[in-house]
Design a protein around this ligand. Structure first.
Ligand code: ADP
Ligand code: ASP
Ligand code: MG
Length: 412
C-alpha cells in the first residue's frame, strides 16, 4: 500500500483533544488506503520546559544527558497518539527512535540522521498495522545512546522517513496554514505562498523562519520528497497549504520571495587585534574548536597595524565564545585589548532566487532601512540572499518595511 508521512508539531498535539483531532485526520488517510507514518513532536512548551530543567541542574551540561531528558517529550505524545488511534479502531503502534532504529551520528543535541532501516516497520505493516506513530526529534548513536536532532528536529524526522519509505507525500501539520512571505505573526500583510522553491525555503529556514527545520529542507531537496506545509486546525482540500518544490515547477515568482529574521543573534568584537597573516585563522579556529557557530564576520580597517574583528553567533554561545578567545589569549595564540558582546541585535534577511538575475536588491534594502532610521551593523550576502544585523528593537519595523517595499503582499 502507498505510504504517507504526516507530522504534527507541538501546538497540534498540545492537548488530548488536539491529539484526537490530529488522529481523525490520520484516520481519513487510512480510510483512503494509505499506510501512514505519523511523526509527533512533544506537546507545545514541553521541550522548552525540559531544556530549562537541564540548564538549571547543570549549566554546562553533558550533552548525552541533555538528550536523555529532552527527547522524552516526544515519547509521551507518540504513545498517546497510538492509544487515541486504537480507540478509533485504527491499528496503530508507537515507536521511539531507538526502536525503529533511527541511526544518527553521535553529535549530541544536533545529531544527523544517517540511516533508517525500513524492515521493522514494514514487517508490522505487513501484519496489518496501519499507522506507525514515531517519536520525532530523536535517534540512537553508534554508541547506543539516545540523540536529538536540534530544535525543530521533528520536521527532519518526518522528511527522513518519507525518503526512507518512498512516501507519496510528507505533510507537515502546524499552527499556520503554509509558508508565508514572512512570519505572519510579525507582519499582518504576510501572504501565503502556494509553492516555494527548495533553495528559497532552505535559505529562509536557515535565516530563522522556523516553520521548517533547515535540515528537513536539505533532505527533501536531496531525496525529492514531496513536502507540504499545512494547518492542523483548518479543513483541508487536496491542494491546501504550501508545496515546497523544484524551481522549475513554479511559473512566476517575485524577485524577493520572503523576509526572514532571527532574534537570537549576538555580535561580538575583539578590539585592537594585531593585523597580520594568520590571526583570523587563530581566532576562528579557537571559536570553532569551542563549538561556536560563527555566522557573519567583518574585519575593520587597520590602523597602525591593529584592527577590530567582529562576528555574530547565537546568543546562547556568547559565554562559550568569550571563554574560547580568553583561553587563546592566555595561551599567547592571539592578542587583543578587549572583547565586547552585544546581545541586543537581530538578523533580518531578504531571500529570492530572482536575485541571481536582478541587480539593485541590496541597494533597495539599504535605502529602506535608512529611511526608517535603522543603522546596519553587519552585512552578508550570497547569490540569493542579503542579511543585515541591526538593533533588535527595530527588527519588526525592518521586516514590515522590507515586506512593503518589495511588495510581497502581491503575487508576481
Ligand atoms: P511546530 O510546533 O508545528 O513545529 P513551529 O513553531 O516550529 O511549529 O513553526 C511554525 C511557526 O513558524 C509559525 O507559528 C510561525 O510563527 C513561524 N514562521 C516563521 N516564519 C514563517 C513563514 N515564513 N511562514 C510561516 N510561518 C513562519
Ligand atoms: N520538540 C522539539 C522542539 O521543540 C522538536 C520539534 O518540535 O520539532 O525542538
Ligand atoms: Mg517546528
Amino acid at each position: 500500500m502507498p505510504v504517507l508521512v504526516m507530522k504534527f508539531g507541538g501546538t497540534s498535539v498540545a492537548t488530548l483533544d488536539r491529539i484526537r483531532r490530529a488522529a481523525k485526520r490520520v484516520g481519513v488517510e487510512v480510510a483512503k488506503g494509505y499506510d501512514v507514518i505519523v511523526i509527533v513532536s512533544a506537546m507545545s512548551g514541553k521541550t522548552n520546559e525540559l531544556v530549562g530543567w537541564v540548564s538549571e541542574t547543570s549549566p554546562l551540561y553533558d550533552a548525552r544527558e541533555y538528550d536523555a531528558v529532552v527527547s522524552s517529550g516526544e515519547n509521551v505524545t507518540a504513545g498517546l497518539m497510538a492509544l487515541t488511534l486504537q480507540e478509533m479502531d485504527v491499528p496503530a503502534r508507537s515507536w521511539q527512535g531507538w526502536q525503529v532504529p533511527v541511526r544518527t551520528t553521535s553529535a549530541h543535541a544536533s545529531a544527523r540522521i544517517e540511516e533508517i532501516p525500513s524492515d521493522n516497520l514494514m514487517a508490522k505493516f505487513a501484519e496489518g498495522m496501519r499507522v506507525a506513530v514515531v517519536a520525532g526529534f530523536q535517534g540512537i548513536s553508534p554508541e547506543g545512546r539516545i540523540t536529538t536532532l536540534g530544535r525543530g528536529g521533528s520536521d527532519t524526522t518526518a522528511v527522513a522517513f518519507a525518503a526512507a519509505f518512498e512516501a507519496e507525500r510528507c505533510d507537515i501539520y502546524t499552527d499556520v496554514d503554509g509558508v508565508y512571505t514572512t512570519d505572519p505573526r510579525v507582519s499582518t500583510k504576510a501572504r501565503k505562498l502556494e509553492k516555494i522553491a527548495f533553495e528559497e525555503m532552505l535559505e529562509l529556514a536557515s535565516l530563522g523562519a522556523k516553520v521548517l527545520q533547515t535540515r528537513s529542507v536539505e533532505l527533501a531537496m536531496r531525496y525529492k520528497v514531496r513536502l507540504r506545509v499545512l494547518s492542523s486546525f483548518e479543513e483541508q482540500s487536496d491542494n491546501a497549504g504550501t508545496l515546497v518544490c523544484d524551481e522549475e515547477d513554479i511559473m512566476e515568482s517575485n524577485v524577493v520571495a520572503g523576509v526572514a529574521f532571527s532574534r537570537d543573534e549576538a555580535k561580538m568584537t575583539l578590539v585592537s587585534v594585531a593585523d597580520r597573516p594568520g590571526i583570523a585563522a587563530r581566532i576562528f579556529t579557537s571559536l570553532s574548536d569551542a563549538g561556536v557557530n560563527v555566522d557573519m564576520i567583518v574585519q575593520n580597517i587597520a590602523e597602525e597595524g591593529r584592527t577590530d574583528m567582529t562576528w555574530s553567533c547565537p546568543t546562547d554561545q556568547v559565554a562559550r565564545a568569550q571563554k574560547a578567545v580568553e583561553d587563546a589569549k592566555a595561551d599567547g595564540q592571539i592578542n587583543y585589548h578587549d572583547v565586547i558582546a552585544d546581545t541586543d541585535v537581530a538578523k533580518v534577511s531578504v531571500v529570492g532566487i530572482g536575485m541571481r538575475s536582478h541587480t539593485g536588491v541590496a541597494a533597495k534594502m539599504f535605502q529602506v532601512l535608512s529611511a526608517e532610521g535603522i543603522n546596519i551593523r553587519v552585512i552578508t550576502t550570497s547569490e540569493i540572499k542579503i542579511s543585515v544585523l541591526i538593533d533588535r528593537k527595530y527588527m519588526e519595523l525592518a521586516v514590515q518595511a522590507l515586506h512593503d517595499a518589495f511588495e510581497l503582499e502581491k503575487a508576481a
